[in-house]
Design a protein around this ligand. Structure first.
Ligand code: 8YV
Length: 322
């Protein structure tokens, strides 16, 4: 490392307390306008820096990693997901990669719960009606949705967020079923029922919530064949990554009425999502705000800084993924 404080390219605007700590301990290059950098802008701004602190909005494919200046030694992500980084390419180039697990589990589980309730109880449809002054009458047949209390919740990916959601769901007297690469230890699983394949899990899901990372193996995991295994009128929610869902299949199932509703916070090709979602009244759509709380944004920033601090003082960062 060169003399003086390490230089850090911070790709997006971060909470004031996080930027203050960065300014104290590092020589940061901030992005006060919070502008999304193009690939070329990112590379030119990275000239000479020791570290990059990016969000999931910046893509570090093998070509970008290859083109990064040799000065860059660590990519300390402000995100738990790191599918935007080609970790194999980073490893090959000797670049350390870290993420921010744990600190966003509560916030993301809250949004999963919001999506489940909002989708099942037709929240956005009702809200649009009221705002557009189109609510004119009431009858017992008006805006009837699906009750969540006491239903079966299926969770794919029983990691940190999945486990918090399972806890919250028990408050709604839901029975939790899950699929994970491995069954959880008895204490963590509590009364959740393990299924050793997605196919085995799906018929037990009145509600299905996706919590696995986006990888080659999970791409389009929820496809037409698997949706067909869900009970009729199931509700699907996704707070993980859009890539896990085959959009055409999900949209077809929402259109045909096979599924009662879907709640989505993440999409393929954000923010240019599949246009088919936009006019579906049974889709409750949010703009990737799973971890967008004041508390969690600060905690994510501090966690990314803890990783940088460890790296630049010769310790192993707690959240090293490459
Ligand atoms: C973050 C997320 O807001 O951390 C993640 O993986 O998907 C989001 O909740 C975003 O990635 C920040 O970069």
């Amino acid at each position: 490392m060169r003399e003086g404080k390490p230089e850090v390219l911070v790709t997006r605007k971060l909470p004031p307390a996080v930027e203050a700590r960065l300014a104290q301990d590092y020589a940061p290059r901030f992005n006060p306008e919070d502008k999304l950098y193009s690939r070329d802008e990112l590379l030119s701004r990275a000239a000479g820096v020791d570290a990059i602190l990016p969000c999931h909005t910046e893509r570090f494919g093998a070509d970008v990693i290859e083109a990064l200046p040799a000065s860059v030694r660590i990519i300390a992500n402000f995100s738990v997901g790191y599918d935007h980084v080609d970790v194999a390419a980073a490893r090959d180039k000797g670049i350390t990669v870290t993420n921010t697990p744990d600190v966003l589990s509560d916030a993301t589980a809250e949004i999963a719960m919001l999506l489940m309730l909002g989708a099942a109880r037709r929240a956005s449809e009702g809200e649009r009606l009221v705002r557009a002054a189109e609510w004119r009458d009431w009858s017992p047949a008006f805006m009837v949705g699906i009750q969540m209390t006491g239903k079966r919740l299926g969770i794919i990916g029983m990691g940190r967020v999945g486990q918090v959601l399972a806890k919250r769901a028990r408050g709604f007297e839901m029975t939790v079923h899950y699929h994970n690469r491995r069954p959880l230890a008895a204490e963590a699983a509590a009364d959740a029922i393990f299924h050793d394949s997605v196919e085995d899990l799906l018929p037990h899901c009145d509600f299905l919530s996706l919590h696995c990372p986006a990888t080659e193996e999970t791409r389009h995991l929820l496809n037409a064949a698997r949706i067909a295994l869900l009970p009729d009128d199931a509700v699907v929610v996704n707070t993980a990554r859009g890539a896990i869902v085959d959009d055409d299949a999900l949209i077809a199932a929402l259109r045909s009425g096979k599924l009662a509703a879907a709640g989505l916070d993440v999409f393929n090709n954000e923010p240019d999502i599949h246009p088919g979602y936009r006019d579906l009244s049974n889709a409750f759509l949010l703009p990737h705000i799973g971890s967008a709380t004041r508390e969690t944004r600060d905690a994510m920033g501090f966690r990314a800084l803890d990783n940088l601090d460890a790296f630049f003082t010769g310790r192993e960062p707690d959240d090293r993924v490459a």
